[in-house]
Write a protein that binds this ligand. Structure first.
Ligand code: SF4
Length: 263
């Protein structure tokens, strides 16, 4: 096994700024083979990534974390993605239903500590349980979403899941996204048309007003719009020089290194 650190990815990240999202998905598919999945919450940017995977003919599966309190519109969007794009969407579930959790711990999401506990149990843990099956996870974070995502790299190492996280839409702004959706008639979660700029659980997501920041509708009751669920490494407080452990041969392939075994 070999260590792969965020610092190791600096040059590759610079080169990748010139690549299209589809080129990045194809690169990822070639490098990681059957040990890669995409993770989608079935928001607009997530279904765009699903469409790109579908259109490149890739068999990359889609992980959908179903917290048990998703909007019906989100579940229907997931079902359309399965049916119309023919993708293998794997729904991940928390151990307890929301009712069981509430009976055991009370209503957690009403205060900051409880929100962390709830998001960890309902989002982070279901993903962590399957993470060992993958070396890489494709996401749909965009820098134009602002906040901690404004500096999101295309490639990052995720110490929680020991995977390389790939965000092919990092440089896609709203204009690019809208143009891609219009050109390809991409499936869009209908909640976006009802004023939801980002979409999560029905307990913690509201629409936003036109002059509010995009993430103002997430955990509005906790304010001041700086809350994240912790499922994306770029949203967490950075650890010092994060690094993950992968097979040496895979690290060489990621970094494009030719290993000379001749002495
Ligand atoms: S978004 Fe709210 S309901 Fe959903 S897991 Fe997080 S705290 Fe719980």
């Amino acid at each position: 096994m070999a260590r792969l650190s965020q610092a190791d990815l600096v040059d590759l990240n610079q080169t990748f700024e010139e690549r299209t999202p589809q080129e990045l998905i194809q690169w990822a598919s070639q490098i990681f083979g059957d040990r890669i999945a995409t993770i989608s919450a079935m928001q607009m940017s997530g279904t765009v990534v699903c469409h790109m995977i579908h259109s490149t003919g890739s068999s990359i599966p889609v992980l959908f974390v179903d917290t048990g309190v998703m909007f019906q519109e989100t579940l229907e969007t997931r079902d359309r993605v399965i049916k119309e794009y023919g993708l293998n969407v794997i729904s991940l579930h928390p151990e307890l239903t929301m009712q069981e959790q509430t009976e055991k711990h009370g209503v957690l999401y009403l205060n900051p500590e409880g929100q962390e506990q709830c998001c960890h149990a309902r989002k982070v843990e279901p993903l962590a349980k399957v993470a060992s099956q993958y070396d890489a996870l494709i996401g749909s974070l965009r820098r134009s979403d602002g906040g901690k995502r404004a500096v999101c790299p295309i490639l990052s190492v995720d110490v929680e899941t020991n995977t390389v996280r790939i965000n092919p839409l990092a440089e896609f702004d709203d204009e690019h996204l809208a143009a891609y959706i219009a050109e390809h008639n991409v499936i869009v979660n209908p909640l976006h048309a009802q004023g939801f700029s980002t979409i999560g659980c029905n307990r913690c997501t509201t629409p936003v007003l036109p002059n509010e920041p995009k993430r103002a509708g997430r955990w509005r009751h906790l304010g001041p719009w700086s809350v994240y669920c912790g499922i994306n490494p770029t949203d967490r407080d950075p650890t010092h020089s994060p690094s993950i452990e992968l097979p040496q041969e895979l690290v060489d392939r990621i970094l494009g290194r030719m290993t000379d075994y001749m002495i």
